[in-house]
Design a protein around this ligand. Structure first.
Ligand code: NAD
Length: 487
């Protein structure tokens, strides 16, 4: 670790943020945060207990009424100020993410820009929450439809985008007038703690955002979800955990937003611009070392161009520079932990046993930290686990198709429906694919779609609800209808 990294880490708060104060966990317990590129412990942070979780909810509940009554313009200005502070501290935030999560620094900077944008976007949306007013069809009364903050909200976020997954929930909630409790992933708590400090600096009143870091995700979450004072749960993570949380939320009929797993198809037709398809494929597959819900999981390539695509992409992948994300020119950092490496290795072994050819990569890298070689597989057979499961690693698996109908059938052959990528020069075909693919988002001739101004979310078992765009704030608003008779 460099002196700069040490100084930055030492300055990050490592306690719980509850009611506007930094406090120890009950019993003073802590847990270690690691750098996945070296395996080194970089900081100890407070390990919250279920009582601490309830204390955080108490403080969110206590702050709810006055935050909801705060003028939208005032809420907007705090969000705007938070966005400005993120710009000022962008380099620190990026470095912190690279250290605790492993992504290359250039990508961490990209996440700061992307994640920060939710603060700016929702600072603008905060003052544009509108209702409706009109006569009823019978002409006997006036109908008013108004929007109100849903209330205290609980957020559970994953480790792969430690900053953006938090801002994507916190910004619309604050804009709508909701108070919040955030539980970041155990592997990456530092980014959220740093961000909480920026929110306080931006003038956010005590109790509006609370952060509890913990190794006991389910023990902390269950009592919060069961508490009738909680009005909203927003979760980003795996579909398996999402299912459990939806079941828990059923008891109090809690409103939920679920941003779950993906198994994105990347379909390349034989009329595609192959140069663009190769660039798009590299971005869609290897961003975040393949650890993105939006990562292209299955490359479905027309048989006429499949070999040329495989050769070109293999050459690029074989030349990728692997290392700690802080090193110049590195595009492949470590995976989050050794389990992730083992999973990538198992999926590759299963595909190879079923006849796939390893064109490059295919092995764990022998160095400290959790590294797996960027890998390209061709001839991946139907039935291979890699086509069914989220890879969450730097492995690009290619299968082929002949007809458009077959491409559609293969692309939709999954329980997930988060994002799909399609490359074609044929406009009519592009429109047909928009209609026919079962997906919440689509990149037509582009490999990255995320944008704070767009509704992010999935269909099927990729989730419910949308984050970002005009839709994002409505996840935190309750619609109220009032009838006023004319006489
Ligand atoms: P995960 O489901 O293991 O964990 C996500 C969060 O849930 C963490 O904070 C974890 O501590 C918490 N958690 C785990 N078990 C819990 C339980 N029983 N009760 C309450 N909380 C619990 O997922 P992960 O490994 O951190 O992240 C990777 C997954 O997230 C992938 O499936 C990926 O596709 C998905 N993801 C989805 C999106 C999206 O927007 N759709 C974005 C990023 C990641």
């Amino acid at each position: 670790m460099t002196d700069r990294e040490n100084a930055l880490l030492a300055a990050v708060p490592n306690q719980l943020f509850i009611g506007g104060a930094w406090v120890d966990a009950t019993g003073g317990t802590t847990f270690a945060v690691h750098d996945p590129a070296t395996g080194q412990v970089v900081r100890e942070v407070a390990d919250a207990t279920p009582d601490d979780g309830i204390r955080a909810l108490d403080s969110a509940v206590a702050a709810q009424e006055s935050w909801a009554a705060t003028a939208p313009r005032a809420r907007s200005e705090i969000l705007r100020r938070a966005w400005e502070l993120v710009q000022e501290r962008a380099e620190d935030l990026a470095l912190l993410m690279t250290v605790e999560m492993g992504k290359p620094l250039v990508e961490a900077r990209g996440e700061v820009a992307y994640g920060g944008e939710f603060l700016r976007w929702f600072s603008e949306e905060a003052v544009r929450v509108h209702g409706r007013y009109g006569s009823n069809p019978e002409g006997t009364g006036q109908m008013i439809v108004s929007q109100h903050p849903v209330g205290p909200s609980y957020f559970i976020t994953p480790w792969n985008f430690p900053f953006a997954m938090a801002t994507r929930k916190i910004a619309p909630a604050l804009a709508a007038g909701c108070t919040t409790v955030l539980k970041p992933a155990e592997a990456t708590p530092l980014t959220s703690l740093f961000f909480a400090q920026l929110l306080a600096e931006a003038g956010l009143p005590a109790g509006v955002v609370n952060v509890v870091t913990t190794t006991s995700a389910s023990r902390i979450s269950a009592p919060l979800i069961a508490d009738p004072r909680l009005r909203k749960l927003s979760f980003t993570g795996s579909t398996g955990v999402g299912r459990k949380l939806i079941a828990q939320a059923a008891d109090t009929v809690l409103r939920v937003s679920m941003e779950l797993g993906g198994n994105a198809p990347f379909v390349i037709f034989d009329d595609a611009d192959l140069d663009k398809a190769v660039e798009g494929a590299l971005a869609a597959k290897f961003r975040n070392i393949g650890q993105a819900c939006t990562a292209a999981n299955r490359f479905i390539v027309h048989e006429r161009i499949a070999e040329e695509f495989a050769e070109r992409i293999t050459a690029r992948v074989a030349a990728m520079r692997i290392g700690r994300g802080t090193e110049e020119g590195v595009t492949i950092g470590p995976l989050i932990d050794d389990d992730a490496v083992a999973k990538a290795a198992e999926l590759v072994a299963d595909a190879a046993a079923r006849g796939a050819v390893v064109r490059t990569g295919g092995t764990r890298i022998d160095r400290p930290g959790s590294f797996y070689e960027p890998t390209v597989l061709t001839g991946v057979a139907t039935g291979s686990a890699i086509l069914r499961e989220e890879i969450f690693g730097p492995v690009l698996a290619i299968t082929t198709f002949t007809t458009e109908d077959e491409a559609v059938r293969l692309a939709n052959d999954t329980e997930y429906g988060l994002v799909s990528y399609v490359y074609t020069r044929d406009l009519a075909r592009g429109h047909r694919m928009i209609d026919r693919l079962e997906t919440g988002m689509m990149g037509l001739n582009v490999g990255v779609v995320s944008n704070a101004a767009a509704p992010f979310g999935g269909v099927k078992q990729s989730g419910v609800g949308r984050e970002g765009g005009f839709e994002g704030i409505h996840e935190y608003l309750a619609t109220k209808y009032t009838l006023i008779p004319n006489d």
